[in-house]
Design a protein around this ligand. Structure first.
Ligand SMILES: [Fe+2]
Ligand SMILES: [Fe+2]
Length: 519
């Protein structure tokens, strides 16, 4: 099989660490000579208003459609993008190439002047569909008529999440704990904007009038709006503070990672190539989340130690130090993890089976899995509620694909917890952050109608109502965190509740001015 289905190796899709500062691939100067031949395909055309590597200048119809969409996007950015700072110079990376050895340039940019472009990973020659009933057949360069509706729906759902998160995060600039964090927030925001462009390009190029209408709708819906909300629950929740932002980028962007990985396997090649490049950017978002939470945990432990506090659950004492106590961090984690689990949909789903059979949406790391890639007779254990007890039940693997992806996601989440817990144990504290049971606080799937504790013990409504404040952030917790959210804009300074990062972005020193705030 390995010879037949080329693994995705053009980019390392693997982990956030790909984009740890200092380890990012080199710039064009380092591109070798034999590679220079490919530079034209890899480099981005900036001659049109919309930077791209898809030959837009020769695709007049799509260029026209995108140029027609552009003003609406700019209006959306000014209405719903980051509040304030639009005239500030922000030290941002801009994708200028899809060469994995050097694809981004760092420079000061005013956000509205960011070059949102359309970038697809290079086409793999002779790529075949790596799963489903069309396994081994050539990947599609056009949308197959019979799969049009399914593909459009998946692209719209993915596209809808991108602007949603920008909307959710738009107030955070006012309370950034440092210029470094402010810059990271804006980096995430402009890239989510680019991901919207990526999905809109697919809609406009491949889906005709329906696609153009969907592209307009993506600018019309608003996160949390009563009449016209975003499509998925977690993208209508508030992101009220920076701890939420870090949890969101760790847990919710990671759902995005899993979805993009599955779509990167798609038999519809333009979608696959688009998602592969998006994943390179997405890695940084999760890096922001993981290191953000690490730095909060670090600071809390340092402050407790310095004050001689031995019990990390002595919340009042810890809070008096101006840091966020570990039990509250756990509550935030419970909230964001459970909201993110809902994004995977029902555990058992015929839609998921159909999308897999059709060759539209694969599994996480599909090409690395050793099986028939068709799941004809396979089963998969699904957690279900059977006679009031949570049990594993074998289901046909085809219909259990959402569950499988969710399990992969959970495994991926665990890595961060290990790092955070190491910080706590190194500081000498006996406290562990944990992922709550999948039955906890669910709105979608098997457990939506029941209540369970984070340990997975089923409880009745009355118990849930009286105890939920122990497990999810209460209004008091929210007020306390809000009270810490005071902006710190002096160069190289950080708020009381968070440690400085170990390394700067683009290897910049600690006193680097990541954002030149306009006065
Ligand atoms: Fe994104
Ligand atoms: Fe993201």
């Amino acid at each position: 099989m390995a010879g037949l289905v080329p693994a995705i190796h053009v980019f390392s899709l693997d982990e956030e660490k790909t984009w740890m500062p200092g380890t990012r691939p080199g710039m064009t100067e380092n591109v070798s000579k034999e590679h220079a031949m490919n530079v034209n395909i890899m480099n981005v055309d900036y001659s049109t208003k919309i930077p791209n590597n898809v030959n837009l200048s020769e695709d007049r119809q799509v260029l026209k459609a995108l140029e027609g969409w552009h003003p609406g996007y700019m209006d959306w950015w000014s209405d719903m993008g980051p509040e304030g700072f639009q005239q500030s110079l922000v030290y941002l990376r801009t994708a200028y190439s899809v060469d994995p050895r050097g694809w981004a340039k760092f420079d000061y940019v005013k956000m509205p002047e960011y070059r949102w472009g359309i970038l697809l990973a290079p086409q793999e020659e002779n790529r075949v569909i790596p799963f489903g009933e069309n396994f081994g057949k050539p990947a599609w360069q056009e949308v197959p008529g019979e799969h049009r509706a399914t593909l459009r729906r998946l692209i719209v759902i993915q596209g809808d999440t991108e602007p949603a998160s920008v909307e959710q995060q738009r107030h955070l600039g006012k309370t950034a704990p440092s210029l470094y964090d402010l810059r990271n927030l804006f980096q995430v925001n402009v890239e989510e904007g680019r991901h919207l462009w990526a999905m809109v390009y697919l809609l406009q190029k491949y889906f005709g009038r329906d696609g153009r209408e969907e592209a307009d709708e993506l600018l019309r819906r608003r996160s949390g709006d009563a009449d016209s909300p975003r499509m998925l629950g977690a993208f209508n929740e508030a992101t009220p503070d920076w701890l939420s932002f870090f949890m969101f980028t760790y847990f919710t962007d990671r759902d995005g990672k899993m979805q993009l990985h599955s779509l990167a396997q798609s038999g519809f090649d333009p979608l696959s190539r688009t998602c592969r490049f998006m994943l390179t950017e997405e890695a940084h978002h999760m890096f922001v989340g993981e290191t953000g939470i690490s730095r909060v945990v670090q600071r809390t432990c340092e402050a407790m130690k310095a004050a001689g506090i031995s019990d990390p659950t002595d919340i009042a004492k810890v809070r008096a130090l101006g840091v966020i106590d570990l039990p509250t961090i756990q509550k935030k984690l419970n909230l964001h993890y459970s909201l993110s689990l809902d994004l995977f949909g029902s555990e058992v789903s015929t839609n998921a089976a159909n999308a897999f059979n059709a060759g539209i949406k694969g599994r996480y790391k599909e090409t690395q899995i050793e099986d028939d890639h068709q799941l004809k007779n396979a089963t998969y254990p699904v957690l279900k509620l059977v006679d009031g007890v949570i049990k594993r039940v074998d289901e046909p693997a085809l219909t259990a694909l959402n569950m499988r992806l969710r399990d992969d996601y959970t495994q991926d989440c665990v890595k961060g917890l290990l790092r955070w817990n190491k910080i706590i144990s190194l500081a000498g504290y006996n406290f562990k952050l944990t992922l709550p049971n999948v039955a906890f606080h669910r709105q979608i799937g098997e457990f939506r109608d029941i209540h369970a504790t984070p340990d997975g013990v089923l409880i009745d409504d009355a118990t849930w109502n009286s105890r939920k404040g122990e497990w999810l952030p209460s209004p008091d917790d929210g007020d306390f965190i809000s009270s810490l959210m005071k902006p710190v804009t002096e160069i190289g300074q950080f708020a009381s509740w968070i440690s400085p990062p170990k390394v700067g972005i683009d290897n910049k020193p600690g006193d680097f001015e990541y954002v030149k705030i306009e006065t």
